[in-house]
Design a protein around this ligand. Sequence first.
Ligand code: NAD
Length: 255
Amino acid sequence: MGPERRIAVVTGAASGIGHATAALLLARGHAVLATDLVAAGLAPLAAAGARTLAADLATDAGRAAVVAAADALIAAEGAPLDWLVNAAGLIVLKPIGEVTGDDLRHVFDVNVGSAFVLTQRLGERMRDGGAIVSFSSPSAKFVATPEAAAYALTKAAVSQVTRSFAKAYAPRGIRVNALSPGITDTPMQARVLREVSARRGIPEEQLAAERLASVPMGRSAPPEEIAGVVAWLLSDEAAYMTGQVVNVDGGMVMW
Ligand SMILES: NC(=O)c1ccc[n+]([C@@H]2O[C@H](COP(=O)([O-])OP(=O)(O)OC[C@H]3O[C@@H](n4cnc5c(N)ncnc54)[C@H](O)[C@@H]3O)[C@@H](O)[C@H]2O)c1
């Protein structure tokens, strides 16, 4: 990556990995539109110079609002979009027999619909040579937590959205990759530990230890360690890489 200022849209920026990514891009001097359903977590990014927008990416209206805000940023910067990070995500945690049609539709709208539509619409506004990163998950490949079945199917779908757009955009040199984080210390991960341990009737510490036992490196990651790989995937150092789902998980998944 050169020292020049790039223009980026980051979703899910109020919390966890999206927040760490937006903060890193801002710290490196890039122009960032940071968006999330929850306005509160965006305030520190606004203070650091980001444009911010509260929008519900489960809806067409929310997605259109993000595109309009991206257009405003593009106009203000006088240059096309360089990067998109689709980090917004939602997890549904229920015994598989209790998952409803509404659960499936909502989690699909948030995790897959938003990534698909923003990759479409913001891809159109991207300069040739731009880059997009979305988020898959180890749960797309194996079942450690059957209570996350609805979430897991959306993450498998994100992997394929990534491949489809990688092929569609390759002639323009726009690279589309997904990152598959392992156990990352975010509010989503805290919810998994809290709710799944309660459902199983075991102490949270026991579930945390069982989950860590599947990680050869024996530890979870702070969100900043994931954000660093996102920034690298966006950068020109990864210029020959597209259509990949990259495991960043302490060795949990080696294929
Ligand atoms: N934390 C992990 O261990 C882990 C592991 C694998 C994959 N991931 C994926 O990484 C991405 C980031 O996860 P995280 O752990 O930082 O989660 P997080 O819950 O901390 O952050 C996700 C953000 O998405 C936002 N969001 C949810 N629904 C939305 C909606 N309808 N519209 C707009 N924004 C919405 C939330 O408000 C939240 O700020 C997600 O796609 C997640 O599935 C996380």
